[in-house]
Design a protein around this ligand. Structure first.
Ligand code: PRP
Ligand code: ADE
Length: 179
């Protein structure tokens, strides 16, 4: 029986070779979410880490960060705010651009999503180059949030994103590392 929660979660992640293109191994969290036991263990890992940390909000990154972030916010009795891909939010927004392997992308938030000084946990499923997480953190900070920590299920150390996030002074928590 696997009794260590983190290694149980990491073992449940599916690795799909050569997707979405040759040479990339896609780390697929859908089996973790699909199984009620692993879904609960995963969310409980985050609850255990963040309960009692005087957080005000959970911010989740489009799209897989929404799945984790909204459930976690509910469990922690907190509100949830989305960090969306550009062009999806209807009200006044702020945007932050970041670099992808080919070209640029941008994430957006509503200007009233966070009040200055609010203690926010930022969550996504995976950190690769770190571009998405860093752009999301910058957006929150521009709105005056105190981003207490960034969290993800998976980090890919070879792509340097976790290092890049930590280099900005933002604490980062991840459950699994894959090379
Ligand atoms: C994936 C993943 C992270 C991001 C990580 O999202 O869910 O958000 O890439 O990559 P990075 O660290 O190099 O920025 P994707 O942009 O594929 O969007 P999706 O969640 O809508 O699939
Ligand atoms: N986002 C960026 N790189 C990824 C990977 N290898 N697996 C899943 N999502 C990703």
């Amino acid at each position: 029986m696997n009794t260590d929660p983190a290694s149980y979660i990491c073992a449940a992640i599916r690795s799909v070779p050569d997707w979405p293109k040759p040479g990339v191994t896609f780390r697929d969290i859908t089996p973790v979410l699909q199984n009620p036991r692993s879904f609960r263990v995963l969310i409980d890992l985050f609850v255990y880490r963040y309960i009692g940390q005087r957080l005000d909000l959970v911010a989740g990154v489009d799209a897989r960060g929404f799945i984790l972030g909204s459930v976690l916010a509910y469990e922690l009795n907190l509100g949830f705010v989305p960090v969306r891909k550009k062009g999806k939010l209807p009200f006044r927004t702020v945007a932050e651009e970041y670099t992808l392997e080919y070209g640029n992308a941008a994430v957006e938030m509503h200007t009233d999503a966070v009040r200055p000084g609010q203690r926010v946990l930022l969550i996504d499923d995976l950190i690769a180059t770190g571009g998405t997480m860093l752009a999301a953190a910058k957006l929150l900070q521009r709105l005056g949030a105190n981003v207490v920590e960034a969290a993800a299920i998976i980090e890919l150390p070879e792509l340097g994103g976790a290092q890049a996030v930590k280099a900005t002074g933002l604490p980062l928590y991840t459950v699994c590392r894959f090379n």
